[in-house]
Write a protein that binds this ligand. Sequence first.
Ligand code: SF4
Length: 209
Amino acid sequence: MRFGGFQPFSLSDYPGHVAAIAFAQGCNFRCPFCHNGDLLAAIPSEKNLYPESEILRTLERRMGQLEGLVMSGGEPTLQEDLPRFLATVKGLGYRVKLDTNGSRPDVLAQLFAQDLVDYVAMDIKAPLAKYNRLSGVAVDTSAIEESIALITWSKLPHHFRTTAVGPLLSDSDMHAIAAMTPKDSELVVQPFDPENALDPALRTEAAIA
Ligand code: SF4
């Protein structure tokens, strides 16, 4: 797989577990509030990719200290060898948490069927009518709805999450997002950090205010 980064230790990214975080390189969204701009290009021209072998070596070394791997990004489900990589990680005895934008329900279904994921965190970026604006691309919103349903039916531990981008999401938008969230699922609202937003217009003082 192509990885743009690796964090060997986190207490806060996998609920209830000490975990490492692997960042998949490449994303099909261009959310204006994204703060991972250097992870978005599928094949970056000026960035060294992080070798998969080093990630696996670290996980082997840290067995007994770490409990899980957070597969984040970028958008991990875009990479064809994600199932192979996660199977290797699971083979080492690790739990896997997948962070996803929900654009590839076909891949989620495959990963769930193969028992390669133990926890899912999916973004709900906006009410469906505003999805294109908040994701920065034309989104097939039926795929987003399908992913929400798949995650709910999977019975896997999960949560949905939304970044409260004040300049782009009104209170009524936030209510609409809450209404899209299945009733037994948690919606985590994350604060918006304007400092490193992908869209420079969101970094201005006016946007911050
Ligand atoms: S915030 Fe948006 S653009 Fe950034 S990695 Fe996540 S889905 Fe991709």
